[in-house]
Ligand binder design. Sequence first.
Ligand SMILES: Cc1cccc(C)c1Nc1c(-c2c(F)cccc2F)nc2cccc(C)n12
Length: 233
Amino acid sequence: SKKLEINREQRALMKAIVDAYNRHQIPEDVAKKLLQDQYSPEENFLLLTEMATSQVQVLVEFTKNIPGFLSLDREDQIALLKGSAVEAMFLRSAQVFSRKMPTEHTDVLEERVRKSGIPDEFMTPMFNFYKSIGELHMVQEEQAILTAITILTPDRPYVKDPQAVERLQETMLDVLRKLCVLQHPQEQQYFARLLGRLTELRTLSHYHSEMLASWRMNDHKFTPLLCEIWDVQ
Ligand SMILES: Cc1cccc(C)c1Nc1c(-c2c(F)cccc2F)nc2cccc(C)n12
């Protein structure tokens, strides 16, 4: 029916977002390093810090390519990036963990995360989230649009014009809703399940700020970009 059909404009929007999502991937060298060096917690933390830094760079490039984002107020662009970075990174690394990498790489990455000085109480929710994302078997269009929806969340701190952000987010939500019905016709509530993951993401970002604090307590060093995006140091 007309209501459900993805129109030409929405198809162009989807293509722009998916191309941006795939164009900006974590550099091969960082992923390759994963498998080489030894397993000391310090070594693991350094590697994960490098990965996190490149994830932020990838996130910024992806965000700049979301149609309409660069026409938002400049300060609101920054507020949206800072407010959504952790959630977008959890989504991105969930895809890395659940599918993108070959299994043996995922196991090595999981091993390194588990041995990088992260307190156990953050490990469980983190890996539960990765598992719950994996079980959704999202197609890449859904992953890319869901990440764009997370970034375009109007109620982030310090956003001056939330209506402008809401208009962009609503366009994305409409495309995602139609896509879910087309890609998962047998699962009525698939769209609702996807949005439910965004709620789970907010809980994880609280864990993440506590993780940052516990790393800093143990005098772990971050890169300037990570300090800037999360206002540490
Ligand atoms: C790259 C990576 C992948 C999976 C798990 C972890 C712990 C990391 N590493 C970090 C994350 C982070 C992230 F990048 C994605 C998802 C969840 C995250 F905790 N955030 C930060 C912030 C400062 C330093 C690091 C090492 N770090």
